[in-house]
Design a protein around this ligand. Structure first.
Ligand code: 13P
Length: 253
């Protein structure tokens, strides 16, 4: 049975004290997580150690970094290596978020290198893909997303690809309050799964967790996660409000 994940992406928000309070509030609420359900918090780098301590020993709850560098170590001032993350006990890394692609010019090729180094260190990449509004309006979203997957992931072998989590985040739905309809999300998730099936076979494609991101809230999570190919969400704004994120966690199927 493939993993279902409620993942919070705090982005560049909250102070240390606010982050600690938020985690306390969410963790204090009992969650009946099934064996295949996980909760992940992608927090800013300076809060990773605090967050990791908070979830230590909590079953099926993990901390993620929001980025990493593509090199092992060395003279790269200001960057963070996967080895550093691993030494903190971090197990997930968000890669290729559209904000990083846009503001930091991260290319599909560069992201392929980050995916590789994460897998070398047994970290799970949460690989983000998704199209901008003009691509959707031209009805070219399927080809656009397929190219992102091909150029960053399709060099992986059948064993490695199953260690990657996908997050489909249409850029036009991020932070806009304009959620993709559950039909639009399901359509793209089925397309992504079909692309993996064509490359790796149906059994492997069936094992890959595909999250939806873009204005997920407590009020729409159940409908979105109820779609057959939507395996949870990567949540920005609503993950900063304890009550909202708790509702999103309980919407996992
Ligand atoms: P919002 O949930 O704020 O739309 O952000 C989505 C996102 O970018 C998560 O990575």
């Amino acid at each position: 049975m493939r993993k279902q994940i409620a993942a919070a992406n705090w982005k560049m928000n909250l102070t240390l004290q606010q982050g600690e309070q938020l985690l306390n509030d969410i963790i204090a609420t009992p969650h009946e997580l099934k064996e295949n359900q996980q909760v992940v918090f992608a927090v800013p780098f300076p809060y990773l150690a605090m967050a990791q301590q908070k979830v230590a020993g909590k079953k099926n709850v993990f901390i993620a970094a929001q980025n990493c560098y593509n090199k092992k170590s060395g003279a790269y001032t200001g960057e963070t290596s996967v080895e550093m993350l691993q030494s903190l006990g971090i197990s997930y890394v968000v890669l290729g978020h559209s904000e990083r692609r846009e503001y930091f010019n991260e290319s599909n090729q560069f992201l392929a290198e980050k995916v590789n180094i994460c897998l070398d260190y047994k970290m799970t990449p949460i690989f983000c893909c998704g199209e901008a509004l003009n691509v959707r309006e031209a009805n070219e979203q399927n080809a656009f997303v397929a190219k992102q997957l091909e150029e960053s992931l399709f060099h992986l072998d059948a064993d490695a690809i199953q260690k990657v989590v996908i997050a489909y985040e249409p850029i036009w739905a991020i932070g806009t309050g304009k959620t993709a309809t559950s039909e639009q999300a399901q359509e793209m998730h089925a397309h992504i799964r079909a692309a993996f099936a064509a490359k790796y076979g149906a059994a492997i494609a069936d094992n890959i967790t595909i999250l939806y991101g873009g204005s997920v809230k407590g009020a729409n999570a159940k409908e979105l996660f109820g779609q057959p190919d939507v395996d949870g969400g990567l949540v920005g704004g609503a993950s900063l409000i304890a009550q909202e994120f708790v509702a999103i966690i309980s919407a996992l199927k």
